[in-house]
Design a protein around this ligand. Structure first.
Ligand code: ZN
Length: 746
């Protein structure tokens, strides 16, 4: 490598830097052409297949709680008008014939669907003394379907407010917070006796009158943010954007959850309570605590929104559930109706979009759950959603064994940093509620386009028996890390793990107080040299200083794009990339760097035994999301491949933008491919499907495991396979919107 040393010496003399790229290209004659600014991760050298772990012991289904055997969930969300227009038999026949195992039936709390005697539980104006809830329960039971009693504690009426002014959420000026859409309803505060007394009274009344399987509350706890209430109780709390408030909020959620759960169990020991959750990585309550408490994770991510417009919104939620539920039940609500910024909650949405959301639920390990609102439309005016849901449910029912995951086989863990997501709003120069969402989506897209198999890992679950299975952990600007979490990450690296981290990772403790030095400074070999620098005009660049695998494929250039914002670092020995400081983009006369060559690192790389560490001082994942720049994508892909020593648990070669999941199942393994190659992947709804050609799957099975068959569950056909030295290879000839390769062992 004399030539390389010479070149480095040559560079450091500062005489010229132009020959570098050409020299790198000479060293890598097989690299792509110099002008390619695109990803190569899926077309690079074949990764090293790592054998899957020994298979889990078989499980006796009889030992599972009943809810873990639920595979399909149906809900026609009941309106006040439904007692007048809904044909109960027709409703029950639809869900039964579709194969729903359980249906939601409305008790509510806003309007009673039965002759409730609980004070302020207002009877719907079309109820006329009828026991609509009881009729629905009986119709479902007659058909062998289980029943969720659905409540809604979030709103109530003026008469309740008059008698109990303390039940209301209040603004800073003391005024009552009303429903944003119907001002006859006020918003109830979760810290008041409304939740302690009123909701339990309804639950006990249901217990006394009906046989239901479990209780659910809609509209609480809040999804995606924390309540901001100034009632007499809440005004004594710290401000809602603080960790101190989050603690109080979490304590209250769990207090009520346990209280309601105990009431459910008063009637039947195998009954339980669960609440409305979702918000993916920005869930309101602490996900680690929820995972320990909930036996049903109800993910209310019903469809894409203008805020979260990516097609993978549902599977992203599924990864969150997998991270915290330890195999317990999770379901994601798919709106059969038209979700989005402008909504029509009683009109069917595009079938291609609805089916993709259902497929994402299944692929990511959740049960599919189909939901329409109101029978006036749902079983009358617009019936198009019915076939979409029934066909999908019937397909899953044929393949339940293969579609029920036991554990993920992924070898990369992405730390989701829930407290960072909820409480940190980005650096002062780019403060925004969307900051961390953009960060998450940037890394998510990079991982999908590189076809990496990954799981989410919650920051409160960094114990070695959980994270030890991952070859690498990725920390996309996980700003908030406690000392304990930093120590767990050090231990992980000491035991051979690799880490990629970026930007302000570890610059705040668990109380959101900033640290003077990175919490992982010693581990990553970095030291802060100043406050975050933003961009005025032209963002900074990284200058390539020497050859390294993370720079593979960059030719004909010495500069690479940096990121929008960065933390200045102290120099390190022998840097791979150095910072070319940002400058104006206009006027062009001034569009050149104040200094072309610095010793400030734009990436810091370390190796210690099998551990590899990479720290990017810029917000590289988010900048990729904002720009889509192929250089940033290549840099992320190269770095992840370097960190993992190019090890892979499942390799899928072929064209197209897909999301992949690989699970161990009871019969064997399942490999799921979601086809996002679609003009609507980032916006709007899928309108039609753009099928993919052949995808070749390779994975290495544990010793002794033999294969009986490989079936494609969507195409409903068996395909040939090859097993050589435990390496399994097969080709999926075509992928429509979704395909599942179901591998049966034995
Ligand atoms: Zn309050």
């Amino acid at each position: 490598m004399d030539s390389m040393l010479n070149r480095r010496t040559f560079l450091k003399t500062g005489v010229a830097s132009l020959p570098l790229a050409a020299a790198i290209q000479a060293l890598h004659p097989d690299t792509t052409s110099g002008e390619t600014i695109a990803d190569v991760a899926t077309s690079g050298p074949a990764p090293k297949l790592i054998p899957l772990p020994a298979r889990l012991a078989p499980i006796d289904p009889a030992t599972l709680p009943w809810q873990q055997k639920i595979r399909r969930v149906g809900q026609s969300n009941m309106t006040e008008h439904d007692p007048a227009v809904m044909n109960v038999e027709k409703w029950a026949n639809y869900w039964h014939s579709a194969g729903a195992d359980i249906v939601f039936i409305s008790v509510t709390g806003i309007l009673a669907f039965y002759p409730s005697k609980v004070k302020f539980h207002r009877h719907g104006k079309f109820l006329n003394g009828r026991d609509f809830f009881g009729e629905c329960v009986a119709a479902a039971r007659k058909r062998g379907m289980r029943v969720v009693a659905r409540m809604s504690p979030d709103l109530n009426w003026g008469d309740a407010l008059e008698a109990h002014p303390e039940w209301a959420m209040r603004d800073a000026d003391g005024s009552v917070l009303l429903s944003g859409e119907d001002p006859r309803l006020f918003r109830t505060c979760m810290f008041t006796s409304y939740m302690d007394d009123y909701m339990p009274a309804i639950m006990r009344e249901i217990n006394s009158l009906y046989d239901v399987d479990c209780f659910y509350s809609n509209g609480w706890p809040p999804i995606g943010n924390l309540p901001n209430c100034h009632c007499a109780i809440c005004s004594k709390f710290p401000p809602p954007d603080t960790t101190a408030y989050w603690q109080i909020f979490n304590d209250r959620v769990l207090e009520l959850w346990h209280k309601y759960d105990a009431i459910a169990k008063d009637k039947k020991p195998d009954s339980f309570y669960f609440a409305n959750l979702g918000g993916n990585v920005r869930c309101g309550p602490n996900l680690d605590l929820l995972g320990k408490t909930a036996v049903w994770f109800q993910a209310d991510n019903q469809g894409r929104t203008s805020d979260d417009s990516s097609v993978w919104g549902c599977s992203l939620q599924g990864r969150v559930c997998s991270a915290v539920m330890d195999g317990k039940f999770a379901a994601n609500v798919t709106a059969a109706y038209s979700t989005g910024t402008v909504r029509w909650r009683n009109a069917s949405k595009n079938p291609a979009e609805a089916k993709m959301w259902l497929s994402e639920s299944v692929a990511s390990g959740m049960a599919p759950y189909f939901h329409f609102i109101g029978s006036e439309a749902g079983f009358g005016e617009d019936r198009r959603w019915q076939k979409v849901g029934a066909d999908y449910f019937r397909w899953t029912k044929k393949h339940d064994a293969h579609l029920t995951p036991r554990r993920s086989v992924a070898n990369i863990g992405v730390v989701i940093g829930q407290s960072t997501q909820l409480l940190y709003q980005g650096p002062a120069v780019a403060h925004s509620h969307a900051y961390m969402r953009e960060t998450t989506h940037g890394l998510y897209e990079a991982l999908l386009s590189g076809r990496f198999a990954f799981d989410f890992v919650h920051e409160d679950r960094l114990d070695s028996d959980r994270i030890g299975k991952y070859r690498a952990l990725l920390l996309p600007n996980i700003a908030v890390l406690s000392d304990r979490q930093c120590q767990q990450l050090r231990d992980y690296v000491r035991s051979g793990g690799s880490i990629m981290a970026s930007f302000e990772t570890g610059l705040y403790n668990e109380k959101l107080q900033s640290r003077t030095e990175f919490g992982l400074a010693d581990l990553m070999g970095v030291s802060k040299a100043g406050d975050v620098i933003g961009t005025t005009g032209n963002a900074y660049y990284g200058r390539m200083e020497r050859q390294h695998p993370i720079l593979d494929g960059f030719v004909n250039t010495n500069w690479l794009p940096g990121a929008q914002n960065s933390v200045p670092l102290k120099p390190v020995p022998d840097p791979v990339l150095t910072v070319v400081p940002g400058f104006v983009q206009y006027p062009p006369e001034l569009a050149y760097p104040p200094v072309s060559h610095t010793n400030e690192p734009a990436v810091v790389l370390r190796e210690a035994g099998p551990s590899r560490l990479a720290y990017f001082p810029g917000d590289i994942e988010r900048t990729f999301w904002l720009t889509g720049h192929g250089d940033l994508l290549r840099l992320l892909h190269n770095t992840i491949r370097w960190l993992t020593h190019d090890e892979s648990v499942v390799h899928i070669a072929g064209d197209g933008f897909i999301e992949l999941f690989a699970w161990e199942t009871s019969p064997g393994y399942s490999v799921h491919l979601l086809n996002y190659t679609n003009p609507n992947a980032h916006h709007g709804w899928l309108g039609s499907v753009y099928p993919l050609g052949a995808q070749t799957v390779s994975m290495k099975l544990p010793a002794e495991v033999k294969i009986k068959s490989v079936e494609l569950l969507r195409a409903e056909s068996s395909i040939p396979f090859r097993l050589e030295s435990q390496a399994l290879h097969f080709t999926i000839p075509r992928v429509e919107d979704y395909e599942v390769a179901a591998i049966t062992v034995g």
